[in-house]
Ligand binder design. Structure first.
Ligand code: BTN
Length: 245
């Protein structure tokens, strides 16, 4: 995959979810990378079957690429790569902003969530959904983390507002730059994510009914991109595929 793939982004109005819209466009795309950017979603979804509240003003973006565009060693850590891409995109447009990541798929600023990603697959394609609060921080409904927006950060740092379309193009650019970097191994990617993690966050496992009361702290990632956490009693545990509050 060349480094500079020109943006092929379909701008649409209201959709159920950009994940569904992207799936419908897959056959016509015929293996050519594309993305869908929607104004709003009526059934936006987050990880773990959660609702992703999707009013007009934020970025609802789904990127579709053939799975062969990503090396097999990177594919299992694609959520981590997506987080690094989103962080780089925002930091490239808001000078001086320092964003962090929360394993496995959240973008964080000053301890608050600003966006997240959802990686799915269909046939031989990867479908990568990204939701980013650009203008509005929807209320936190289910004991999730407090949220903030890209434009709150821009305002705090005295910089111009960013639009969802501008951010989507930056995400596209950084995504293709990262997946076409032939020097990028899983080990390097994992260590970059580890360095960008906000390890001060208090973490809780998600349970079917809410959140587990036990407070966990992120310590480090192992070479597979699994998260090692510490429990209140000082013991450690490795989390492989859990979502955390
Ligand atoms: C998360 O739970 O943090 C992941 C949220 C992913 C939301 C995005 S918005 C664009 C795409 N369409 C969806 O329905 N979900 C993803």
């Amino acid at each position: 995959m060349p480094m500079d793939v020109p943006p092929n982004i379909h701008h649409v109005g209201e959709v159920t979810s950009t994940m569904d819209a992207a799936r419908q466009m897959l056959t016509a795309a015929n293996g050519v990378p594309f993305a869908v950017l929607a104004e709003s979603q009526v059934r936006g979804r987050g990880t773990g079957e959660r609702v992703w509240i999707s009013p007009k003003g934020n970025m609802y973006f789904t990127l579709c690429i053939p799975e062969k565009s990503v090396t097999p060693e990177i594919t299992p850590v694609l959520p981590l790569l997506t987080g690094l891409v989103c962080r780089a995109a925002i930091m490239s447009v808001i000078k001086g902003a320092v964003l962090h990541l929360k394993w496995p798929n959240d973008i964080i600023y000053a301890g608050k969530k600003i966006g997240g990603s959802l990686v799915e697959s269909e046939g031989e394609s990867l479908i990568i959904g990204i939701g980013m609060n650009v203008e509005l921080a929807p209320p936190v409904t289910d004991s999730g983390r407090a949220s903030t927006t890209v434009n709150e950060i821009a305002a705090a740092l005295g910089q111009p507002k960013v639009t969802p379309a501008q951010l989507a193009e930056l995400v596209w650019k950084h995504f293709f730059q990262m997946i076409s970097d032939t020097a990028l191994t899983r080990k390097i990617l994992v260590s970059r994510f580890d360095a960008a993690m906000d390890k001060s966050l208090s973490l809780h496992r998600r349970t079917p009914t809410g959140r587990d009361p036990e407070e966990l702290r992120a310590l480090r990632l192992n070479e597979w991109g699994h998260l090692i956490v510490s429990r209140p009693d000082g013991t450690e545990e490795t989390l492989m595929a859990e979502y955390l509050f």
